[in-house]
Write a protein that binds this ligand. Sequence first.
Ligand SMILES: Nc1nc2c(c(=O)[nH]1)N[C@H]1C(S)=C(S)[C@@H](COP(=O)(O)OP(=O)(O)OC[C@H]3O[C@@H](n4cnc5c(N)ncnc54)[C@H](O)[C@@H]3O)O[C@H]1N2
Ligand code: MOO
Length: 410
Amino acid sequence: MTVAHPNTAGPATTIAAVPWEQARTLARGCVRQPLPVVTRPLGDALGHALAEPLTALTDLPPFDTSAMDGWAVAGPGPWRTGGAAVLAGDHSGFLDHGTAVPIATGARVPEGATAVLRREHGTVDAGGDLLHLHPAGPEPGRDIRPRGQECHAGEPLIPAGTTVTAAVLGLAAAAGYDRLAVHRRPTVELLVLGDELLESGVPRDGRVRDALGPLLPPWLLSCGAETVSRRAVADDPGLLREAVRHSAADIVVTTGSTAAGPVDFLHDTLHGLGARLLVDSVAVRPGHPMLLAELPPAADGRARRLVGLPGNPLAAVAGTVTLAAPLLRRLGGHADGEPCRVRAAAALPGHPRDTRLLPVLRTDHGVAPLPFDGPAMLRGLVLADGLAVVPPGGALSGATVEVLDVPRRA
Ligand SMILES: Nc1nc2c(c(=O)[nH]1)N[C@H]1C(S)=C(S)[C@@H](COP(=O)(O)OP(=O)(O)OC[C@H]3O[C@@H](n4cnc5c(N)ncnc54)[C@H](O)[C@@H]3O)O[C@H]1N2
Ligand code: MOO
């Protein structure tokens, strides 16, 4: 499809929308290399992408470890007992053949021990001998986690590009790390455009509430932004120009003003600033006027990009998942995950020519469409487990479609 832009400087221009998949690829591909590498203490690394593979700094476990509370035993029973209990963190000594010593879960197994007998499988008789109650007795190695069972020092554990999750933090700490080499995360400035937008109260006098100011910052943070600052900019070309020109953020995100209405100044502004449009409308519904541009660099030479999201709220979300999320993830150094493909539990309605991003619910039989999916609506999105990428013409029940993530956690 084509879109006319009468506000673009010079005569009205007509530009072709790029296919949806190509738009997503362009958003990823415009980043030649991720943001620089920084080292962060573990506590500050959550959500960043690893800049280098995480390699074990130690064997795990680092020593032969008791997996249970009980006794370390040497050889077949019964065993003479007597020594002091070995606790986690203790320096363990040597265990003579035919003897046993109480041991705690996590303690280092003494040299000479052949197994650990669980507390509930043994009893000490009046003479101080340990007998095992379990008929089979502990076979050699029983309930001992051998040193290096999980990994050996120097072994690669996690590839570069992995997102640091709570589990990654735990493994990194277990493997000996205090700090992690990660990519800096992109900063975002959100410019909310539209004089009709109210920041509080009930819509009145032809004006509506700003839904995107509250919706977008947490969404962009969940895609890997470091910070999202936000401000409203009046429908004034000079103010918009100054706001974009002076933004120090790695990514400027605007809402509204992408189309061709009387106060849609975004195209003119970008033209006036010498920005380079990489994507200027996409063959997708909702959200087709979305755009992506390279801005002139920041004062310190950093590259800057602008994502223009359409004003209709669901259309803005479509622009976020298509352009902003891939751009944020690539700048932050995150590796691409495998696309999530799911069976359609029912026919998914499509647009005759364009891709459609449809709020869907996961059911036992696959994904199903939700009501209230219009470009200006958010009710369907609130219930959605994802956005199905529906090809032109729609998808039949039973077809497989890609489903894009929507952030579900607060
Ligand atoms: N002649 C044409 N007109 C329009 C076309 C077209 O192809 N030809 N496309 C339509 C589509 S689709 C969309 S989407 C919008 C995009 O418009 P803009 O990006 O210029 O956005 P606005 O005109 O400023 O606003 C559109 C709509 O959204 C409401 N809005 C804006 N910001 C917010 C916000 N932060 N929270 C809630 N609602 C917001 C605004 O009040 C308008 O109702 O263009 C169509 N027109
Ligand atoms: O494509 Mo508009 O973006 O339908 O709302």
